[in-house]
Design a protein around this ligand. Structure first.
Ligand code: MG
Length: 165
């Protein structure tokens, strides 16, 4: 019998795994991308390694392709990814309430890698970006650089449960 295919776990970057700012926080940044100072969320690398042992991984950010490539190179070094997508793969919509753009991540686009929507989960701090597939969304609070942030270790349990679904 064929083993069950692994689930695809997709990571958002900004405010999920990192916080990037043009302004310095009270503590030093972890690395720089262009004019941005990038602060890694506590436990980010540990979570990635935990996830890589259990799921197929991908990245989907609504930032630019160059920024995504630079952050992935630092944060996911040595970890295979099915894809690392940027804003080009998002669907741009105008949000009537704020009169600003929302970049939607329509997970159906990732089905071409051989995963059904039922076998996909995205960890993202922005529910409005996953509005089309809310059942695939594992929500996390936005990270704004705090060194005592503990949201990522709290994902270990739900991720373990997800693996058994
Ligand atoms: Mg985000």
């Amino acid at each position: 019998m064929e083993p069950e295919p692994r689930r695809l776990l997709i990571f958002d970057l900004d405010e999920t795994l990192v916080h990037a700012s043009e302004f310095s926080l009270a503590h030093p940044c972890d690395f720089e991308v262009g004019t941005y100072l990038v602060y890694q969320r506590p436990f980010a690398r540990e979570l990635i390694e935990f996830a890589a042992a259990r799921f197929d991984l991908a990245v989907w950010s609504s930032s630019s392709a160059a920024y995504v490539a630079a952050v992935v190179e630092r944060l996911f070094a040595g970890v295979p990814l099915r894809f690392a997508w940027s804003v080009e793969r998002c669907v741009q919509r105008v949000d009537a309430r704020s009169n600003s753009y929302v970049y939607i991540k329509d997970l159906r686009k990732a089905q071409k890698f051989g995963y059904t929507l039922e076998r996909m989960t995205i960890i993202d701090d922005s529910p409005e970006k996953i509005a089309r597939q809310p059942r695939c969304h594992l929500s996390v609070t936005p990270f704004t650089g705090a060194r005592d942030d503990v949201a990522l270790p709290a994902l270990l349990q739900p991720l373990n449960a997800l693996r058994l679904v």
